[in-house]
Structure formats: C-alpha cells, structure tokens
Design a protein around this ligand. Structure first.
Ligand code: ATP
Ligand code: MG
Length: 240
C-alpha cells in the first residue's frame, strides 16, 4: 500500500531544483553557471564540454569542442570563491575595475572580465598566452593549448629541457607586458604551460596595470619566482 505523505513534508519546488536537478558538481555547476554555459553554447563558443582539465581554488578549467571539431578551453569561476579577500587587492588598485560591480557574484564576474581583458591585451602585445574567445559572467572561453586534444602540461609538471632558453622566453614576455603597461603578478612554474611554441603564460585574472600601487612589487616578485624556479634546473646560467 502506498504511503500517504504529509503535504508539509514535501520539499518546495525551489529546494528540489537546487538539491536534485541542479547538484553542485565539481564546485562550479550551480544553476547560474549552467545557464551561463547554455548561453555560451547558443553563441557557438562550444558544443560539448568534454572533461575537466584541472580543478583550481578559484576555477575549474574544461576542454570543450566546437561544432566544427575545434577544441577550446572553458574556465568556470566558482561563484563562492574561498580566496575572495586575496583577490580583492588585485582589483581595487586597478583603475579599469576599481569601480566594478561587487556583491555576491559581481566581484567574480568582474574578475572573469578582468582575465578576459588581460588576455586580449596580452595578445595585442605579442605575449605568448592563450587567445581570448569570450566571457560571460563567471565563464571565460579561450584558446585550448594542447596537442591532439591533450592539454599541454605546466612547467612544474614537465620541467624544462632547455632552462636558459625557456627562462629567456618567459623573461622576454614579462618585459613585453611591462612595456605595454601590464604586470602578470602570479608568475610561477604552475602558471606556465609548456607548448610546442614555447612557454605560455596562463592564469591572468590577477594581472594588473602598471599604475596599480603594488605593480612594481608584483613585477619584482614575478622575476624572483621565475629565477628561483630556474636556479634549481641543471645547467641554468642566469644572464641578468
Ligand atoms: N588555455 C588552456 N589550455 C589548456 N589548458 C589550460 C588552459 N588554461 C588553463 N589550463 C589548465 O588548467 C589549469 C588551471 O588553470 P589556471 O591556472 O588558469 O586556473 P586556476 O583555477 O587559477 O588555478 P590555480 O588556482 O591552481 O592557480 C592549468 O594548470 C592548466 O593545466
Ligand atoms: Mg593557476
């Protein structure tokens, strides 16, 4: 005999949508992000989301495929980022975004827009970085850096076969950015992908304009981190 359920105990429709139909998978697939992804799909940025390349503190990065079989990288920022306070300092001093929206999601949307604009600027400056494709809310589409559908690895994971050359190339890009008025501000072996065209700088949401009050400090820290990593590589001879 079927049990009769008290009306009071039945979950409300909204609760059901959150808990059953829209589970928070991998920390990024909340209802809002899914709706943003659908808009991206409708615009043709990608047709399928294939797999998660990496889960980070602030975002997850996925490989996507377009209708004509091209690969793209899709970065989805967590709407509730645990590093919110740390991120704030990279937005406050940057005049492009200092007056951007705040609030629960506004800040993350601003951060995502910032990463997009930084990638656009990097391309303009001729710096090796993934080309920006588009952004909406907390989702960023960019060039997929990989070979035969397999993403390239970070410098931390693969190491460098030619530390003098790789150091010089990254250094060159840091200087190109500086000359163009931008500082990456998080250069490390984890934010460099070793591609077939040399080392590429990634993860640029925190990059700030040179007019940021801490820009000089960030630039020096980038150089220090770079040199620290390469100093541990066999055969490395720092030029300057
Ligand atoms: N354009 C891309 N093409 C291929 N793989 C990528 C691309 N962008 C990022 N990745 C992969 O995703 C990882 C995470 O990317 P990224 O550093 O931008 O995100 P994050 O969430 O800020 O990470 P973390 O919190 O660990 O710094 C990278 O280490 C790299 O393996
Ligand atoms: Mg990173």
């Amino acid at each position: 005999m079927a049990m009769r359920q008290s009306k009071k105990k039945r979950p409300r429709r909204e609760d059901k949508m959150d808990k059953d139909e829209w589970p928070l998978e991998e920390g990024v697939f909340d209802r809002r992000s899914l709706l943003t992804l659908v808009r991206f799909m409708r615009k043709g940025v990608f047709k399928t989301l294939d797999y998660c390349i990496a889960e980070g503190k602030e975002a997850n990065v996925y490989r996507g495929t377009t209708a004509d079989g091209q690969y793209v990288a899709i970065k989805i920022y967590r709407l509730r980022s645990p590093s919110f306070q740390k991120m704030e300092g990279y937005v406050q001093g940057d005049r492009r975004f200092a007056k951007g929206p705040r609030g629960e999601y506004g800040f993350i949307y601003t951060w995502c827009r910032k990463e997009y604009q930084n990638l656009v600027l990097m391309e303009k400056l001729g710096v090796r970085a993934p080309k920006a494709i588009g952004f909406k809310n907390n989702v960023l589409g960019m060039e997929f850096l990989g070979e035969n559908g397999v993403p390239f690895s970070t410098l931390a994971a693969t190491g460098s076969a030619d530390p003098n050359r790789d150091y010089a190339l990254i250094r060159e890009d840091i200087e190109k950015l500086r000359a163009g008025g931008l500082v990456h501000a998080d250069v490390s072996e984890y934010n460099v992908l070793m591609t077939d065209k040399g080392p590429y700088l990634i993860d640029v949401g925190q990059a700030v304009l040179s007019t940021h009050p801490s820009a000089e400090e960030f630039y020096n820290r980038d150089l220090l981190n770079l040199r620290k990593y390469f100093s541990k590589c066999e055969g490395f001879k720092p030029g300057d």
